[in-house]
Design a protein around this ligand. Structure first.
Ligand code: SAM
Ligand code: SF4
Length: 343
């Protein structure tokens, strides 16, 4: 591809929402199913969507490609567990043409790591260069308690395989009161020792999980003060286009990210929307308003109606969300689980 064609692709006009934010990032949940049952994410007896409601991989490609045509520069593939979807590599393979053309800057993945030993090399071959691996503890028994069904050693093998394949890795941990609050500094040391960024996330009130989230919730202000006792935390202007704010630990030279939807929402710089595996577009993680993209996708072979529906939905993107977790607010902010909308 010539330089001028690539430049043209890079400068195509983005979708602009009513608050002037350019929407250039989509997160696509390719399945709501998962091989784990993390306690803050799902109940143990989750009901999943009927398979017939799911978009096919070809339809997911068409949907993503329409967003690319409307100025999307970054796609994150997530879930549920994205790597348990059958034949998922064909989606990565087909989307990689947008990396080759210069229209997309990057394709990333958020995964629990269970299938990485199998897929890390294929992901790299499809142009993926950065992945997020969710890991809330380094303790095997605790890992089992948090994930209910997860195999810690398999995840560690997956992380090794991803590193060997050349993928750069960010570890994401949800801060859980009374669960991993005594090993936060150890996790940072381990991650930085292996050359990974380490990010902490606050528990969000998404979906019924059969327990009270106020028992789990730990504000990241507390995480930061715990880490402050162990490290010299220095300001950093590093940005990935995501919601994390970063500090550098002087002792390790590594980065620590903080994602704080509860204590400090980051809506003013929001550049993203989320799509479920059934083709529902959520303009905000914390709000119920949504647009059905499956019907326009299936209505015709041309993408005109689909792209018009996307443009219209972006005009309804709200200014922000307002999550609350306390003992007086027992219902989740939205009824859908993170595994449906995609983290
Ligand atoms: N299964 C993959 C994984 O765990 O990385 C991708 C999907 S998962 C829903 C994406 C991220 O959302 C994970 O890092 C997970 O820890 C986080 N998550 C799930 N439920 C959450 C909640 N209620 N509050 C905050 N983070 C949550
Ligand atoms: Fe599965 Fe990820 Fe949810 Fe855990 S956080 S249950 S791995 S979707």
């Amino acid at each position: 591809m010539s330089n001028s064609t690539t430049d043209k692709l890079k400068t195509r006009p983005a979708l602009i929402d009513p608050f002037g934010r350019a929407i250039t990032y989509i997160r696509v949940s390719v399945t709501d199913r998962c091989d784990f049952r993390c306690v803050y994410c799902m109940s143990e007896d989750m009901t999943f969507l009927p398979k017939r409601d799911l978009l096919s991989l070809e339809e997911l490609d068409r949907l993503c490609s329409s967003f690319v045509n409307l100025g999307t520069r970054k796609i994150r593939i997530t879930g549920g567990e994205p790597l348990v979807r059958r034949n998922i590599m064909t989606l990565f393979q087909s989307l990689s043409r947008h990396l080759d053309s210069g229209a997309l800057e990057e394709i990333t993945v958020t995964t629990n790591g269970s299938q990485l030993a199998k897929y890390a090399r294929d992901l790299y071959a499809c142009g993926v260069r950065r992945i997020n691996v969710s890991l809330d503890t380094l303790n095997e028994a605790k890992f089992r308690t948090i994930t209910r069904w997860g195999d810690f050693n398999k995840v560690m093998e997956g992380i090794d395989a991803a590193q060997a394949a050349g993928l750069s890795i960010k570890i994401n941990a949800v801060a859980l009161k009374g669960v991993n609050d005594n090993e936060l500094a150890d996790m940072v040391r381990w991650a930085h020792g292996r050359g990974f960024d380490m990010t902490f996330i606050e528990v969000m009130p998404l979906g019924e999980i059969g327990e009270d989230r106020s028992d789990q919730y730990m504000p990241l202000t507390e995480v930061r003060s715990i880490l402050n006792n162990e490290f010299t935390l220095e300001a950093s202007d590093y940005q990935t286009g995501g919601p994390a704010r970063y500090l550098t630990a002087a002792e390790t030279g590594g980065r620590i990210g903080f994602i704080t939807p509860m204590t400090h929402n980051f809506c003013e710089t929001c550049n993203r929307v989320r799509i479920t595996c059934t083709g529902t577009l959520y303009m905000c993680l914390g709000k119920d308003d949504a647009a059905d993209l499956r019907a326009p996708l299936r209505a015709s072979e041309s993408n005109d109606l689909l792209e018009a529906t996307i443009r219209d939905a972006i005009t309804r993107k709200p200014k922000g969300h307002d999550f609350v977790i306390d003992r007086n607010t027992s219902r989740p902010a939205v009824s859908r689980h993170m595994s449906m909308t995609g983290g």
